[in-house]
Design a protein around this ligand. Sequence first.
Ligand code: NAP
Length: 282
Amino acid sequence: MLDISGTTRVVGIIGQPVSHSLSPVLLNAAFAACGLDMTYVALPVAPDGLGDAVRGICALGFVGANVTIPHKTAVLPFLAAVEGDAGFLAAVNTIVVEAGQARGFNTDVEGFRRALREVDSGSLAGASALLLGAGGAARAVALVLAREGARLTVANRTLAAAEELVVRIDRFGAGGPHRALALDGLAAENVRAADIIVNATSLGMVGEGKVPAVLVDNVRQEHSVYDVVYAGQPTEFVALARERGARAIDGLSMLVWQAAAAFELWTGVAAPVDVMRSAIGR
Ligand code: NAP
């Protein structure tokens, strides 16, 4: 039984849809483990209600919120401030409400940085990274890989979005040289030349299609593979990469680490990461 009283503080997740989100399970377990009088709820919000939703969480005295698909970029104009990586990436996944003002952060960057260490603990300076995707998750991944000194090949269905991401990362001035590629132009040699492969598209999510065959067919034991997509079990891409001997993990670890970073922003308390992992069966 949740112990909700007249003093319980609220955090929510704003998105559409949000009913499938694992964040309430992760964060309510964390609040309980730390003895915090806080609760976390899913808040379905349509795009035309986003401004009202942000003003609403401020007016209602929420501690903050997570922001997910499709609002991570659209939320920016409704915030009083956008901090650190969130400004650079133009994507916010965490809001902190202080003195009635909403400040935006991006903890997907820290989430991927910590998760990456679980699949590849070595230096990535000068390493070659193949990144599939150029959306919100891919931008966070690209920033981490570039900061680690990797050379990125960004392959995306919409080439213009991959090119825009490469320009953004070039401006940041780390790693490189980086280049953009159309996903349907991805060739076996692009896969074989990579040291690390990250799928940051929606491909592999239920109902979203599969990652390209050329990718799966050319994964080797030498590769480190990270799939930001998560499902109940390892994604098909992760399972196939493991069959080929690669070190491969799915997006649940990033999910836990981004939630842990958000928890710390809201509470100032070290996140109980083991509790959070076991709350989602990891
Ligand atoms: P997004 O901003 O909407 O980007 C979606 C990306 O997937 C774009 O690059 C898009 O290409 C590509 N894509 C979508 N459908 C495709 C298709 N049929 N064929 C080829 N490419 C396709 O979404 P996002 O926020 O980046 O999320 C992407 C995935 O990451 C989702 O599965 C999400 O659940 C996951 N995610 C996981 C975490 C975590 O903590 N593990 C955090 C954030 C997101 P175009 O540019 O051509 O549209």
